[in-house]
Design a protein around this ligand. Structure first.
Ligand code: TEU
Ligand code: CA
Length: 527
């Protein structure tokens, strides 16, 4: 793995919601470029840009119509080149979001494939005469009938996202050429989207009603395709992170063990409902920490994250966006920035942005939310009950415009944004926190500085203290020093763990450990 990857602090930008430079209500590439000073001052050295390719935006860009063109609403290829150039001038890296499990049904490949069963594009997708009853992640059947071809095509996600057939070698070589085009441009790597489903051999015998993702997940040919593609990508000085579905640590290791030559690290996708409705999130999170420790023990690298564009915001999910908003946001930052592996920050987490819920389903944009709402109506729920249920885990809760200041549209735009601004922008925004040395923003700057200064926090051994559910506590150790991190991830005051070895340690950040830990309190000691 390239050394810069172990020093990376990755900031995920959802371009649609980050900054609108031309006041059309939609974030764009020039908006991202206008905020590079801000990101650099925060201590960010690597950007992960959610898709900016040409797309009909059925799934907000995760449905690509042309892999080598930029979505007009986001700008031009020249705008992109300028962003990349300015990132590199600042010593920052830019990682793209590569969506190659599927493309858009408006992609030329699909336009051609649906015209002929014998033409050169016939096998770029999965076609069937009499398909089984596989389910799509975004609701309904995973098979869609196509009049022009008189057959059904497979779509794991929306019907506007036909799955690409990785058994078709001509298609794979086109994908490889496209990837090289971006690498030759100088991009610094890829976050590879929804990449656990490339092997469709499980489809034929999947029981009716199975989700297509389940029928195809983590199968041998998928790994083989990945090894071939990633071995080419890894000939460059890049970062690679796969977005994978792993049902246990073994399935995760299959993607990230160095000997496997697949990804340098992996973001494990978890359906938002799992966490939102979990009965004991602290226990769930502690299992994540244990998994990371096992990944490290096996000689692999971790990707640490608490938020992204597919799940609710961390301070609302794991912390407290009410009474303990400030403290819990800082406690979560400590967990995200002191573990082994590469930390991933999602836009807005550095100022403690919270979930945002809307009063009408028409206010929601996310295809996944709308599909789940319809499903609940068909199950007989009232529109109010259906909305109340699906809004809790809606991906839109974390996709509202970035809150730069307290103006009408939070400094994101002068025009009405594509998705409503969270009303708490009046108090939660970058401008207010830049002027407050006790703010979450300043705390992130301190933590990132500490992280970047310490080889031990990046690569040191990790051992978990055996503590009650509410307390997440671990050591990070190397030959040169030891850090002890103790976090009370609960709104209750709890008894402090007995750690006599900390008597002689230096408190770097947080509150001195004594008999008890205040709600969401934390401490980072060094010895
Ligand atoms: O997510 C993969 C994925 O499995 C989730 O989309 C999940 O199925 C969905 O959130 C419903 O719970 C990646 C991207 O991160 C996501 O934004 C895309 O919608 C999806 O792939 C398809 O490209
Ligand atoms: Ca714009």
């Amino acid at each position: 793995m390239n050394t810069w990857v172990k020093d990376a602090i990755v900031y995920q930008i959802y371009p649609r919601s980050f900054k609108d430079s031309n006041n059309d209500g939609i974030g764009d590439i020039n908006g991202v470029r206008s905020k590079l000073d801000y990101l650099q001052q925060l201590g960010i050295n690597t950007l992960w840009l959610s898709p900016v390719y040409d797309s009909p935006c059925d799934d907000n860009g995760y449905d690509i119509r042309n892999y080598q063109a930029i979505l007009a609403e986001f700008g031009t290829v020249q705008d992109f080149d300028l962003l990349l150039e300015e990132c590199h001038q600042r010593g920052m890296k830019l990682v793209m979001d590569l969506v190659i499990n599927h493309c858009s049904d408006e992609h030329e490949w699909f336009e051609q494939s649906k015209q002929s069963k014998t033409g050169p594009y016939a096998d770029y997708f999965y076609w069937a005469d009499e398909p089984n009853d596989l389910r799509s992640v975004f609701g309904g059947s995973a098979w869609e009938y196509c009049e022009s071809r008189q057959q059904f095509y497979l779509h794991t996600f929306s019907k506007k996202q036909p799955d690409l057939n990785w058994e078709c070698s001509v298609l794979v070589s086109e994908i490889e050429q496209m990837v090289d085009w971006w690498l030759d441009k100088g991009v610094d790597g890829f976050r590879v989207d929804a990449i656990s489903f490339l092997d469709k051999s499980g489809i034929e015998d999947a029981p009716n009603g199975t989700f297509a993702t389940e029928a195809c997940v983590n199968r041998p040919k998928g790994h083989a395709h990945l090894r071939k593609l990633m071995s080419k990508i890894h000939t460059r000085d890049v970062l690679s992170v796969g977005e994978i579905n792993a049902r246990d640590t073994g399935e995760l290791l299959d993607y990230v063990l160095p000997s496997r030559n697949e990804f340098q690290m992996a973001i494990v996708f978890t359906p938002p409902e799992i966490e939102v409705f979990h009965e004991n999130l602290n226990r769930y999170y502690k299992e994540q920490v244990k998994t990371r420790i096992e990944v490290q023990r096996q000689g692999a690298w971790n990707a640490n994250f608490l938020s992204n564009h597919d799940k609710p915001r961390q301070v609302s999910l794991y912390g407290d966006d009410g009474e303990f908003w400030l403290q819990s946001a800082k406690a979560l930052a400590v967990l995200n920035l002191t573990q082994h592996g590469t930390p991933y920050l999602y836009q807005g987490e550095e100022i403690g942005m919270t979930n945002c819920y809307f009063d009408e389903i028409s206010d929601y944009d996310d295809i996944d939310t709308v599909a789940k709402y319809q499903e609940q109506l068909e199950l007989g729920l009232s529109s109010d009950d259906a909305l109340a249920l699906v809004s809790k885990a809606s991906r839109d809760t974390s996709r509202t415009p970035m809150q730069w200041d307290d103006s009408t549209f939070a400094g994101f735009s002068e025009a009405t944004p594509w998705l409503k601004v969270n009303e708490n922008k009046s108090t939660i925004n970058v401008k207010a926190q830049q002027q407050d040395t006790e703010s979450i923003l300043h705390f992130y700057q301190q933590l990132i500085e500490l992280r970047l200064s310490s080889e031990t926090l990046k690569t040191g051994e990790t051992s978990l203290y055996d503590t009650e559910d509410a307390i997440i506590a671990y050591q990070r150790e190397s030959d040169s020093c030891t850090y002890s991190v103790i976090v009370n991830l609960s709104p209750a005051r709890v008894s402090a763990p007995n750690l006599p070895e900390l008597q002689s340690a230096e408190l770097l950040l947080g509150e001195e450990l004594n008999e008890s830990l205040a709600p969401y309190s934390f401490a980072i000691y060094k010895s």
